[in-house]
Design a protein around this ligand. Structure first.
Ligand code: GAF
Length: 386
């Protein structure tokens, strides 16, 4: 499917007339996993794959939603917006529309057609991509583009937390909205200050590896990890006055740990505190072109997510282990929420084909089905296409 075919489909479904076109990327997180909701640093970037959306205003308050990825089409009224499981993918736009209204922004009827080339359930944040797409449409069509990006980001996170029921942090919405071509973003999820970091990869490229083990965040143990971190925070607060776990340094944690008795809580905090430091180290290494160091930090991060945070699983561990055994690969790790979905590897340019063949074979032998590989550029955030 390309944009021209999507426009033709829009005309077939909704009839002739003027259309506005939007694009919202997916994201990959280089390092800094499960620490956005602990006030930590993360290093994500927006990808060139994502969700395309076409839209036309209507004269009433109805919104028709169609997708070229799913058969389900629905028609809703902006005064009647409730989460319904049978509405599947359409709950994401509905959540955004609901919070747009709640926040007093202007909105009325629209016909919308979307199509995405993000593998679904792969942990590349297709849901946040769709949310930001709809939010940007409503901003531009009805609010003269006056709603700030940060307000759109927070609103989409709220839709995901309260309408969909996944208590995600702010990283995905931020990276998708604010992404910049060929840059990673070092984001402090506590202050929301961020800076762009050049993706200075020298002779290496980033390979995204889909385990093809589908994961849905609201079915996974994502919310369980958040609850554990809240419990951990309450314990640590007895020893230091903090608002989030990433406000303690490694040294402070090593002191505090002796007062914590539950083994799994110790492991969760240890991951969070050390992962936050790894992000700062990785962004420095990336800036200075020390790709070997970035690769080593990837491996440390994966091991911590496997042994301490316990969010990997057979598929992610197999693909990462198979990757780091290959010549030309200097580091690999899971990316996103975990429990399935994608991992990333840093691979020497001239070894990529060989790398994908070998990892694919080893993975299939152990897991029973094949993974997929994507090599995609780093692109800009959500925007209108002209
Ligand atoms: C998912 C969430 F949506 C993010 O907020 C983040 O917590 C991530 O998992 C793990 O780092 O993508």
């Amino acid at each position: 499917m390309d944009l021209h075919s999507l426009i033709d489909r829009f005309h077939e479904i909704y009839g002739w007339g003027e259309i506005r076109k939007f694009f919202s990327p997916s994201r990959v997180n280089l390092i800094g996993e499960h620490i956005d909701y602990n006030g930590g640093h993360v290093l994500p970037c927006a990808l060139e794959i994502g969700t395309y959306g076409l839209v036309r205003k209507r004269d009433d308050n109805n919104i028709r939603l169609a997708s070229e990825n799913f058969e389900l089409k629905i028609e809703i009224n902006i005064d009647d917006l409730n989460y319904k499981s049978q509405d599947g993918w359409a709950n994401y736009p509905k959540g955004v529309i609901y919070f747009m209204k709640q926040n007093g922004y202007r909105i009325s009827g629209m016909d919308i057609l979307v199509w995405g080339n993000i593998p679904n359930g792969a942990g590349l944040s297709s849901s946040a991509s769709l949310e930001l797409l709809i939010a940007e449409m409503i901003n531009d069509l009805f609010n003269d583009g006056r709603i700030s990006k940060i307000d759109l980001i927070k609103l989409c996170q709220e839709a995901e937390n309260k309408f969909i029921g996944v208590r995600c942090g702010i990283m995905d919405q931020f990276a998708i909205s604010m992404g910049k071509k060929d840059k990673a973003m070092l984001l402090d999820c506590n202050s929301l200050q961020f800076e762009y970091i050049d993706m200075n990869m020298k002779d290496y490229i980033l390979v995204i590896m889909n385990t093809n083990k589908r994961r849905k965040l609201n079915e996974s143990r994502y919310n369980e990890r958040r609850n554990e971190c809240e419990k951990a925070l309450n314990i640590v607060k007895n020893y230091k006055d903090i608002e989030n776990l990433c406000q303690i340094s490694i040294e402070e944690y090593e002191e505090i740990e002796k007062h914590i008795f539950e083994a799994h809580i110790k492991k969760r905090i240890r991951h969070v505190v050390y992962e936050n430091q790894r992000v700062l180290n990785a962004s420095k290494a990336l800036q200075s072109g020390d790709i070997d160091r970035v690769g080593k930090l990837f491996v440390e991060s994966h091991n911590s997510l496997k042994d301490l945070y316990e969010v990997t699983g057979k598929e992610l561990d197999t693909i990462v282990e198979a990757s780091i055994e290959q010549c030309g690969c200097i580091g690999a790790r899971m990316t996103g929420g975990g429990f399935g979905g994608c991992a990333i590897a840093i691979v020497k340019n001239d070894s990529v084909d060989n790398f994908m063949n070998k990892v694919g074979t080893l993975y299939k032998r152990k897991v029973g089905y094949s993974p997929e590989f994507y090599i995609t550029g780093i692109g800009h955030g959500t925007r209108e296409l002209f």
